[in-house]
Design a binder for this molecule. Structure first.
Ligand code: K1U
Ligand code: ZN
Length: 176
């Protein structure tokens, strides 16, 4: 396993719609391991393949409380089958929008189907943080970022801030 670099705003790849996967093989399982290592190292509670530049429908999540054992999940071609009418607000972050947190309202529970790391079809009923993270990660597969749920004013402000950071990072180092 090897940690990978996480792409950040305004990288246009973050707006791609990722492609479904045809099969689960050793190459994909290696990528799952790399993504889990990248997520734990960040640290984070989820990661979509596009965040390491791979436009495929693969996400990893671990929403276990810090005092409990790790509970890594790898989800291939995940799809939301049902969302609760009941919603809750949670302060979200995104490893592709570092150090920016805002409250987002989403359904409190979701049922999702996916293919697991052995290639078997699975369903999961998720509540609380796991439900929030699954929705956030599945949004990444469709080119949607959590800032898209904020007001235009807040979204434009954060987009400008990260565009400026990227411009400065691209500048040649100044002479002494
Ligand atoms: O997709 C991502 O960018 C990962 C993101 C997932 C997420 C967090 C919160 C709500 C919805 C989705 C993160 O993991 S941001 C970092 C974070 O939340 C965290 C970091 C360390 C410990 C616990 C949480
Ligand atoms: Zn994110």
């Amino acid at each position: 396993m090897a940690p990978r670099s996480i792409i950040t705003l305004p990288d246009p790849k973050l707006r791609l719609v990722s492609a479904p996967l045809e099969r689960v093989d050793d190459g994909l399982r290696k990528l799952m391991g790399d993504m889990l290592e990248t997520m734990y190292e960040a640290p984070g509670v989820g990661l979509a393949a596009i965040q390491i530049g791979e436009p495929i429908r693969l996400i990893v999540v671990d929403a276990a409380p810090p005092e409990e054992p790790k509970n890594p999940l790898c989800l291939v071609n995940p799809e939301i089958l049902w969302s609760s009418d009941e919603r809750r607000v949670y302060e979200e972050g995104c490893l592709s929008i570092p150090e920016y947190y805002e409250e987002v309202e989403r359904p409190i529970s979701v049922r999702a189907r996916y293919i697991d790391r052995e290639g078997a079809a699975q369903e999961i009923l998720a509540e609380g943080l796991l439900a929030t993270v699954l929705q956030h990660e599945i949004d990444h597969l469709n080119g949607i970022l959590f800032i898209d749920y904020l007001s235009k004013l807040k979204r434009d402000r954060v987009a400008k801030k990260f565009a400026k950071i990227a411009r400065h990072a691209a500048e040649p180092a100044g002479r002494i």
